[in-house]
Ligand binder design. Structure first.
Ligand code: IPE
Ligand code: IPE
Ligand code: MG
Length: 239
């Protein structure tokens, strides 16, 4: 079965901001700021193409290891971007959701995430999940703890229901920009059957043509989920 031409759920590891800035002799923060603009444009482009859910990796559990000034600048960029952009997102029908451990974030950051979620909760053109203070291992452990607390039997289904992405489902396509070929603790469980696409483009330079190239690559993949080609419903193209 050839995958439907447009993935319903795209996830992106937005990587390469620091290198983009360094190439221009700018501070790394300039790359992160540019990255916010690119995210806005990418979300719009996804909605226009019929993507229903976009999940992006904005700050990992491991990114706390960066220099304190970079970490605090990333927090500021998030708060400022939310205060500037929420009205526009609301107009465009984007539902913003934050995924990740809220503990560990300052009161100010937590409040800004909560407000943005509340403001956009009733939107339904595109769901934009922003993984912030997120790690795939955290997600699985957190789900296991929540499940254990209920006393329910532990199965793949019951554990999946406790994952932070449960309402969005698993990503069909995971894109990583910036040339590295690793997941860096992103959506480990949910990536089990995602199609992976690695782009050498640095995130601040990622444009519609790059997005279309990723979607096109996705459309040409055969998603077999363990079966053989012959078992799949008619495909239209040979594997
Ligand atoms: C991704 O860009 C953004 C975050 C991890 C917050 P990087 O900051 O990792 O950029 P590179 O990989 O150093 O170029
Ligand atoms: C992954 O990028 C995290 C985000 C994009 C938020 P990193 O730049 O932190 O990943 P590593 O350290 O190169 O694996
Ligand atoms: Mg990086």
């Amino acid at each position: 079965m050839t995958a439907p031409s447009v993935p319903k759920h795209i996830a992106i590891v937005m990587d390469g901001n620091g290198r983009w800035a360094s190439k221009r002799f700018l501070p790394r923060i300039a790359g992160h700021k540019q990255g916010v603009d690119v995210l806005k444009r990418t979300a719009r482009a996804c909605a226009q193409r019929g993507v229903e859910v976009l999940t992006v990796f904005a700050f990992s559990s491991e990114n706390w290891r960066r220099p304190a000034e970079e970490v605090s600048a990333l927090m500021d960029i998030l708060v400022v971007a939310l205060s500037r952009e929420v009205n526009q997102l609301k107009k465009e029908g984007v539902k913003l959701q934050f995924i990740g451990a809220r503990e560990g974030l300052s009161e100010r950051v937590r409040k800004s995430l909560q407000d943005a979620e509340a403001e956009t909760a009733h939107n339904d053109s595109l769901t934009l999940n922003v993984c912030f203070n997120y790690g795939g291992r955290w997600d699985v452990v957190h789900a296991a703890q929540a499940l254990a607390a209920t006393g329910e039997a532990i199965t793949e289904e019951s554990l999946s229901r406790k994952l932070s992405t449960f309402t969005s489902g698993d990503p069909d396509l995971i894109i990583r920009t910036g040339g590295e070929m690793r997941l860096s603790n992103f959506l480990l469980w949910q990536a089990a059957y995602s199609e992976l696409y690695f782009s050498a483009t640095l995130w601040p330079e990622f444009g519609e043509a790059d997005l279309d190239a990723a979607i096109q690559a996705y459309a040409s993949r055969e998603r077999r989920f363990g079966m053989t080609s012959e078992q799949l419903p008619q495909s239209g193209s040979a594997a």
